[in-house]
Design a protein around this ligand. Sequence first.
Ligand code: C2O
Ligand code: CU
Ligand code: CU
Length: 439
Amino acid sequence: LTSTGGRLEVELVAGRGVTLAGRETQALGYNGSSPGPTLHVRPGDTLRVRLTNRLDEATNLHTHGLHVSPEGRSDNIFRVVGPGESGDYEFAIPADHPAGTFWYHPHHHGTVADQLFGGLFGALIVAGADDPDLPERLLVVSDISLDAGGRPAKPSLPEIMAGREGDLVLVNGQRLPRLDVVAGVTERWRFVNACVSRFVRLQLDGHRLGLLGLDGQALGPPMDVDAVTLAPGNRADLVVSLQRAGRHTLRTLAVDRGGMGMMMGSNDTSRETALAEVRAVEASRSGPPEPKAWPGPGLPDLRDRDVARRRRITFTMGMSMGMSMGMGPGGMTFGFDGVEFDPARVDQDPRLGTVEEWTIANTTPMDHPFHLHVWPMQLIAGPGSSATDRPDWRDVVIVPGGGEVRVLVSFEKFGGRTVYHCHILDHEDRGMMGIVQTQ
Ligand code: C2O
Ligand code: CU
Ligand code: CU
């Protein structure tokens, strides 16, 4: 679905019953499919979505990574679209919005993990005027477990604690799809990690990958990498070119994202899994030449700006008192700075138009991906930050267990109330979320 004349109007119907991995299931989808339709827009466009809820529970819509207003009918995650209801959304995308790969998913607190795990997500591509002229493909990675009746499986308590991982790993709703490419032709692959908790570490049989952009922000000329790690919510734009005919495997390598070890007795490590079979055939003719110019960062480097305020935000977990989860010796609580999410509390109150430096610390033994809505983060220190001078923009940053990262954020253009949270969505639903209100 592509915008014309500066507008895109779509209806997304959230409902049950989609084909996954070649079989009819009772999983969730938009307009009968998971992933839902891909929305293609341009900077300056208005995106109008009518969200119709055919589920038996409340839902809503979030445009992950878009720099748009968090208020009113825009990216307002406090809205509720009840079962049987429709809600109209209108997203005004600024004319200077970066071009890249974004996505959409529900954000109704308490059921975000269940609804994404069930299959509710889709890609949103902002096309730019200076996008390189390359053949493209979109690869949305997700995982799900289905019970005998084809319904998304309910997670166990240890799975919720660690962040659930599905035993079916899918690409565009398919199990191990075959991707046909032509040897010697450079393509652009847009990846979305739509998993609830699984960290994806992409590798293509040891071939070099060219990193063009992360989280919808262009990096300039492609950076050669062996593998790319995507936390839940992250996207990567890669250039791929296989020089010889043959079969290759796109896989996600095992990622150790830490765990609660003895405490929960669960295995918290994402296993190595094949994602797709890539078949390269000999070229009968050559593809378009490699672009000479690549789009650079669309956002100015914040390292040159004055910092109005420094804050420290810490991922915390504790033991809950009593038996609130109905499971033996109580469970863990998830939060920031020792408190669980409370929609009535403002946790951070940056002034509109200022730059802040946030240190995100993690006192827990497991890695947590930190996500901030609306305003992109420039990663300036921490294990994931790149060694180069190029500004390193993300909207989800991995904060390793026992470690910390530092980011700069320019709270510009949009005032309003929204959230930051752990993008292991089981943690978010359990309270690992805070309110940021800008005015
Ligand atoms: Cu991917 Cu708060 O969202
Ligand atoms: Cu988001
Ligand atoms: Cu977490």
